[in-house]
Design a protein around this ligand. Structure first.
Ligand SMILES: Nc1nc2c(c(=O)[nH]1)N[C@H]1C(S)=C(S)[C@@H](COP(=O)(O)OP(=O)(O)OC[C@H]3O[C@@H](n4cnc5c(=O)[nH]c(N)nc54)[C@H](O)[C@@H]3O)O[C@H]1N2
Ligand SMILES: Nc1nc2c(c(=O)[nH]1)N[C@H]1C(S)=C(S)[C@@H](COP(=O)(O)OP(=O)(O)OC[C@H]3O[C@@H](n4cnc5c(=O)[nH]c(N)nc54)[C@H](O)[C@@H]3O)O[C@H]1N2
Ligand code: SF4
Ligand SMILES: [Mo]
Length: 713
């Protein structure tokens, strides 16, 4: 759908909207896990407009990113030809040549260094079909254990905590619309007013009906400004906060003893643990006033409909799994999970962050959220794949650990990157760039020349969102349909085509049709592979999705209506009872000291998305959020002698970044904040710590020690 004359840049949505609308293609947004519903209209000249569509999650709303998303389809620097590096330069080539270069390098490296020396790094924005195909490609065509994905840096702590307590990881295990009928909602480290604006509609309705919104965040964010209570936690102390709240619930006699006795195991150790977390101690650790703790504990224990949600602020820590666990313990003690209108959830981030962690691109996983080291799971999936179970490799390294070992003995030497831009988004990014440079061959498949693609030896131009069919699974575990609305530009291919072509070049012994390229065929195979697993899609088909608008997993057979609410009667554990897990607070991996006296935390702004590959190419979004910044409290700015807009240098043990100061009344005086959307000198991840959570392997993006310097000085 190339515009005939390149004039699309000058047409505003209003002008396009003035004409009669076509029937349009109903689909969902290319960006975050809210997966807002939209209709795409294509004009006879080929320009595309976005119309918001009503759906229970977005209720007719879109954020600015969604409204402007069609601009991605006509970006002037869209990649339309494979590129290979010749004498240091990326030059255009044919698909046959590019795929041949990759296949030869894979073969050579696997002969010399073993199968695991070829790795795949996937993405939580990829459709279910692509995530499934990448996992199968790694296990069946490469027979390598080296595959993981960027969701490791997103949902891994939430997933690990959900699995070990509730026995299943479906981020929000109830319909999002439940928020509107809650009496109390507690958000821990979630800035939904910027990261999922249409979600706020449910919270606004909740408050209009008399409900109370509580937000724990070191900054007074746009979300905090909507709230009734702000808990201004010190970064990295939510675990103590959770223990302190449970202490008060126990002390007030507000534990739901019948629920605890009837539906859970292991509360005694937790009850004993929280006895030591009295409010004044929690105040000293977290910076949250004891009286605010008491008020929040009373609200949570009020007996009404209570929902607790976490996002990355609580989770992206070297103790993120334990923090989420402590919050789940709190909710179990209150009897919330499984009670209609109440519950606990983690807000999934990426467009297919939920489905992307269910079907096999995770290092330890087979489709249907099965475990790679479970013999029964291996046997089931091996039958669907037509290979012997013993040919399937075991679990491999996590995303950061794989990157950290690139090019070393025993590490990956050929890396295929699909759907992530680690040069901008990986922790300790300067080190990661050095490791990427040590590879024998770096292959990046992307619609655009991302910062990681700029380092690659081979770049493969791929189709994006509105150019292809597929499914995603939204933040509530609802499987929905993405639909092709336009024809992809000449020269680009789908990730599914790439996997198919490489498998054919590498292996002539695979079953016929092992890597289908039709999304629906891939989905049907995925559904069979997932049958009987925790994330069971066996009863879901494109046809059913088209008729229903979406189905919640598990959906084990074609007559099954799907499962909007989990845990009504039983949890996902073998005995059906939830497990309290005894966890304790600990400081971040890197605390402040005389040389690095401030805490750096990082996150997002409304108008940019992730590493910015996509949103930095949309004009209106760049106008809205044109540059990076360092948010710092006025007293910190005054001490340093910097004024609003003046460049400041942020220094950590790993690197330096320079960005303009944003002097703020809305941040703790011991904390500075940087968004991570920009590359180059202002890259936040030049500073961040690569300390990992021991269970989830989540990096500590949300806290490290830094000092500030005046650039002029
Ligand atoms: N505009 C926009 N929206 C997005 C994205 C985007 O890039 N841009 N990305 C999507 C993705 S993949 C994700 S994962 C989600 C993330 O969504 P969120 O988790 O809402 O976003 P963040 O800005 O990463 O972090 C949320 C808040 O955590 C706070 N915080 C920092 N440290 C701590 C701490 O120690 N404790 C507590 N309680 N809070 C802390 C920050 O101040 C920040 O306001 O957003 C999704 N939506
Ligand atoms: N400091 C700091 N760092 C962070 C975070 C933080 O809070 N602070 N958050 C972390 C989190 S939660 C996340 S999710 C990550 C996100 O960081 P990244 O993984 O880098 O996220 P994106 O920018 O979404 O990268 C997706 C890439 O895939 C491309 N793409 C889009 N569609 C397709 C497709 O169909 N196929 C292929 N092959 N490519 C496609 C896009 O153009 C883009 O280049 O960042 C993490 N990094
Ligand atoms: S909130 Fe997320 S899904 Fe909705 S329009 Fe914005 S980016 Fe798209
Ligand atoms: Mo994320």
């Amino acid at each position: 759908m190339k515009p005939a004359d390149g004039s699309i840049d000058d047409v505003t949505p209003d002008e396009l909207g003035a004409g009669p609308l076509t029937v349009g293609t109903p689909t969902h947004c290319p960006y975050c896990a809210l997966q807002c519903a939209m209709t795409l209209h294509v004009s006879p000249a080929g320009s595309v407009t976005v119309e918001a569509r009503d759906f229970p999650t977005n209720r007719g709303g879109l954020c600015q990113k969604g409204w402007t998303s069609a601009e991605l389809l006509t970006a002037p620097d869209r990649l339309t030809s494979p590129l290979v590096r010749v004498s240091g330069e990326l030059v255009a080539t044919t698909w046959d040549d590019a795929l041949g270069v990759i296949a030869r390098a894979i073969r050579a490296v696997q002969v010399t260094h073993g199968r695991d020396a070829v790795g795949v790094l996937g993405g939580g924005g990829l459709t279910n079909e692509k995530a499934y195909a990448l996992g199968k490609f790694a296990r069946v065509a490469l027979q390598s254990r080296s595959i993981d994905y960027n969701g490791r840096w997103c949902m891994s702590s939430a997933a690990a905590a959900g699995n070990r307590t509730l026995g299943v990881d479906r981020g929000i295990p109830f319909p999002l619309s439940d928020l509107a009928t809650a009496d109390v909602v507690l958000l821990v480290g979630a800035n939904v007013a910027e990261t999922m604006p249409p979600l706020v509609r449910h919270l606004v309705d909740m408050r209009a009906a008399g409900g109370t919104l509580i937000v724990a965040d070191p900054r007074e964010t746009a979300t905090v400004r909507l709230a009734d209570v702000h808990l201004p936690v010190t970064p990295g102390t939510d675990l103590a906060l959770a223990l302190g709240l449970l202490h008060l619930v126990v002390a007030d006699g507000a534990v739901d003893e019948e629920y605890v006795a009837g539906r859970t195991n292991g509360f005694d150790a937790v009850r004993e643990r929280v006895a030591g977390w009295w409010p004044e101690r929690v105040e000293r650790v977290t910076g949250v006033a004891a009286e605010d703790l008491r008020r929040v504990a009373r609200l949570l224990a009020s007996g009404g409909r209570v929902v607790v949600l976490t996002a990355r602020g609580a989770e992206q820590h070297s103790k993120g799994t334990d923090t989420v666990t402590a919050l789940i313990d709190l909710c179990l003690a209150l009897g919330l999970p499984g009670r209609v209108g109440s519950g606990f959830g983690c807000i999934t981030g990426q467009g297919n962050g939920q489905g992307g962690r269910e079907h096999g691109q995770k290092n330890d996983q087979l489709p249907g959220y099965r475990k790679l080291d479970d013999p029964a799971a291996r046997a089931h999936v091996a039958v669907v794949w037509g290979v012997p179970p013993e040919s399937l490799p075991g679990p491999g390294p996590s995303a950061y650990e794989m990157l950290d070992a690139l090019g070393t003995d025993g590490g990956v030497r050929v890396l295929l990157v699909h759907g992530t831009n680690p040069v901008v988004s990986a922790p300790n990014a300067r080190h990661v760039v050095q490791r990427l440079e040590a590879l024998d061959l770096l292959v990046v498949a992307d619609p655009f020349l991302s910062e990681t693609a700029l380092l690659a030896d081979v770049v493969l131009p791929v189709t994006q969102w509105a150019e292809e069919d597929g499914t995603t699974t939204n933040l509530e575990g609802r499987v929905i349909r993405r639909r092709a609305a336009v024809v992809a530009p000449d020269g680009v291919r789908s990730d599914l085509d790439i996997v198919n072509a490489l498998a054919a070049l590498l292996r002539d012994d695979l079953p016929v049709g092992a890597f289908p390229t039709e999304p629906e065929a891939v989905f049907d195979e995925l559904a069979r592979a997932s049958a009987g697993g925790p994330a069971d899609y066996a009863g879901i088909t494109y046809d059913r999705l088209d008729r229903t608008g979406g189905l919640y997993w598990p959906c084990p057979d074609l007559d099954h209506p799907g499962t909007p609410r989990l845990f009504a009667e039983t949890f996902g554990t073998p005995d059906g009872r939830a497990r309290f897990v005894d966890v304790d607070h600990r400081p971040p991996a890197e605390d402040v000291d005389d040389d690095y006296p401030l805490l750096l935390t990082t996150g997002r702004v409304l108008a940019q998305y992730q590493s910015g590959t996509q949103t930095r190419r949309v004009r209106a979004l760049n106008d809205a959020a044109p540059r990076p910044f360092v948010e710092l409290a006025r007293v910190v700015a005054d001490d340093l002698g910097v004024v609003e807009g003046e460049d400041v240098r942020v220094v950590s043990r790993r690197g330096t970044s320079v960005a303009p100061a944003r002097v703020s009344e809305a941040i703790r005086t011991d904390t500075v904040f940087m968004p991570f959307h920009w590359p180059g000198d202002a890259r936040a991840n030049s500073l961040t710590s690569d300390a990992l959570d021991p269970i989830s392997r989540m990096p500590e993006f949300k806290v490290c020690a830094v000092r500030l310097e005046r650039v002029g000085a």
